[in-house]
Ligand binder design. Structure first.
Ligand code: G6P
Length: 608
């Protein structure tokens, strides 16, 4: 949720740490701070607000320092104030720490520290850690961190520096991502590779329960039990250019437009036309194992949960395998029925969402085969699952997920087709789906051409207080996702509903000021959706329809129509979501909202 950067090397640390923080700002952005190792000892500066606010107070800080740690925060314990911002220091100002995650037993630890005379300065759970390290300190910083962490329950990604140990950063992780970056006479620590990619693409991903002692020239990784670990140094293929805005006003807009270009990455090299079958070798499941799957549980959060719902329709229809979609946060605390023929599929853009990770681990403990569909390579879900399919959307920076959603749906279409071909769908049907998949990117491009029209519609309704989104069948989850996009970034109350359910409640809300977005495609439920449209119209609701190209009739029954091209029915969400993403975006911009960093939200939710 928050972001960590650490540097030790031969360059000035401050600019490296600040530019790293800016790249992580999307992870948390309510306060920020930095601790630099200077000749005079540790110098700490922090400020509430965005990184720019921190920069303003950095004028007096020693710029010659070549070592430091920095943090951008998304508050969990304690308000987002300057005091609560990280780094936290011990009473002697000799140890400084930044922390991502939550210390669950912090009350017990606080009582323990109180008894030993430690005085807390902040309202955070994180501060406990620095005092605990101090308490355990006996001349060896790594040993003190190890001892402190062995008393801790909860999640953490931490970086620690001490004026007693110049040229060293101690980093550790448990449930919160942490990456080491190897440079030439310099080394980096960060919660996300994007913070260090400007300087190095050679990285080592720490796994849970590991501690790294990082110096200018080396790093040593050990477990919390002090067993030495040799991790391979990996090369990251994402470039910084991929992370920039490419001239768009916001990352979100860039990412919406990018879908035309990136979607082929989700199926490139994975489609065998001759046999009408997708190949997903990363699943690590042989055909006979795929045939043995009797039940699939898909678990996810947020937008990924909506993509999962679409996957349910696809898999059940194409493979006739029973699918249940579970909110990860609910699944992990239930007592789910799982046997060896159950496949658990965890869907996550970040691969770090705490609830999804916990749900996946729970399923694994109960004997399920666990596979992931994630975007971030090397993320926790990717590493802990038995196999998986990367969705290959590239870095997604806008907090509101857009391209990751379509990539997830695309990958789910591949999974559904593969499972279907392992059972009863024919080569021809497989080929029909594959042909439709090949056309999707270009079709997405054609919908993006309608942006001006969508902007005009946005202009008409951006002052509305409520929106209703309706869809049926496979486009019901698309309606949910359209509503989520709008509420996330524009703060307009929006609800997604199965169109026919409208008359069981939401119809009471409809009057002349209520915009209703209806996905009304020419599919088997078209006539039924038209009846729902008539019900809205009779109550003077304003209808924005997403319709199939060539359907001229609908134009007479609604206020606005946005057309999408024809495709294979089960793939329609890949197209129908595009205008909804653009609509939400333009409405939010017109309302003056901070589109890429909406209030109270974070890109990667690594706490419960
Ligand atoms: C947060 C993000 C959402 C995302 C959800 C799940 O709430 O703001 O955009 O859908 O987490 O994240 P994941 O990385 O697991 O897909």
């Amino acid at each position: 949720m928050c972001g960590i950067v650490g540097y030790v090397g031969h360059q000035q640390a401050m600019p490296i740490l600040i530019s790293g923080l800016k790249r992580l700002e999307y992870r948390g952005y309510d306060s920020a701070g930095i601790a630099l190792m200077t000749k005079a000892g540790l110098t700490v500066a922090k400020e509430a607000g965005k990184i720019a606010c921190l920069e303003e107070v950095l004028g007096d800080v020693d710029c010659d320092s070549t070592q430091g740690i920095a943090h951008t925060r998304w508050a969990t314990h304690g308000e987002p104030t300057k005091l609560n911002a990280h780094p936290h220091t011990d009473a002697d100002h000799e140890i400084a720490l930044v922390h991502n995650g939550i210390i669950e037993n912090y009350r017990t630890l606080k009582q323990f520290l109180d008894r030993h005379g430690f005085v807390m300065q902040t309202d955070t759970d994180s501060e406990i850690l620095v005092h605990l390290i101090r308490f355990n300190y006996d001349g060896d910083l790594t040993a003190a961190v190890r001892a402190a962490l062995s008393q801790v329950e909860g999640t953490y990604g931490i970086a620690v520096v001490s004026s007693l140990h110049p040229r060293t950063i101690v980093a550790a992780r448990m449930g919160s991502p942490l990456v080491l970056g190897r440079g030439d006479g310099e080394n980096f620590v960060a919660s996300d590779v994007s913070a260090m990619l400007e300087h190095t693409n050679k990285v080592v991903y720490l796994t849970d329960g590991e501690i790294a002692t990082v110096t200018d020239t080396d790093f040593e990784v050990t477990t919390i039990q002090n067993v030495k670990i040799d991790h391979p140094v990996e090369e990251v293929s994402w470039t910084l250019d991929q992370i920039e805005k490419e001239g768009y006003d916001h990352f979100m807009l860039k990412e919406i437009h990018e879908q035309e270009r990136t979607l082929p990455n989700a199926f490139r090299g994975r489609l065998n036309w001759e046999e009408g079958i997708p190949r997903l070798n990363g699943l690590n499941l042989q055909y006979d194992e795929l045939r043995q799957i009797k039940r699939i549980i898909v678990t996810a959060c947020g937008t990924s949960w909506h993509a999962s719902l679409i996957g349910e329709y696809m898999i059940e229809e194409l493979a006739r395998v029973s699918v249940e979609v579970e909110y990860a946060s609910e699944f992990r605390y239930r007592s789910p029925i799982i046997d060896e023929n159950t496949l658990l599929l965890a869907i996550s853009q970040s691969g770090e969402t705490a609830d999804t990770l916990a749900a996946m681990r729970e399923a694994k403990h109960r004997g399920a085969t666990v596979v992931g569909a994630v975007n971030v390579v090397g993320s926790s879900i990717a590493r802990e699952s038995d196999g998986g399919v990367y969705i290959h959307a590239g870095p997604e920076i806008g907090v509101a997920s857009t391209k990751a959603f379509t990539h997830q749906v695309m990958v789910l279409a591949l999974v559904a087709t593969l499972l279907g071909r392992m059972r009863h769908i024919s080569v021809q049907q497989g080929q029909e789906i594959i042909s439709a998949i090949y056309k999707i990117p270009e079709q997405v491009g054609s919908i993006l051409q309608a942006e001006e029209q969508i902007k005009q519609i946005a202009n008409e309704y951006y002052k509305a207080n409520n929106f209703l989104y309706l869809g049926r069948g496979i486009n019901f989850p698309t309606a949910l996702e359209g509503a989520l996009k709008l509420k996330e970034i524009s703060y307009i109350h929006a609800e997604g509903y199965p169109a026919a359910e409208m008359k069981h409640g939401p119809i009471a809300l409809i009057d002349k000021s209520m915009p209703v977005v209806v996905i009304a495609l020419q599919d088997p439920v078209y006539d039924k959706v038209m009846s729902n449209i008539a019900e809205v119209r009779a109550r003077k609701g304003k209808i924005i329809a997403i319709a199939t190209e060539g359907d001229t009739e609908i134009a007479e029954r609604v206020n606005h129509v946005i057309y999408i091209p024809k495709t294979y029915r089960l793939l329609t969400p890949l197209l129908s979501i595009i205008p909804l993403q653009l609509l939400a975006y333009h409405i939010a911009v017109m309302r003056g909202c901070h589109v890429d960093q909406p209030r109270n939200l974070a890109k990667s939710v690594t706490v419960e």
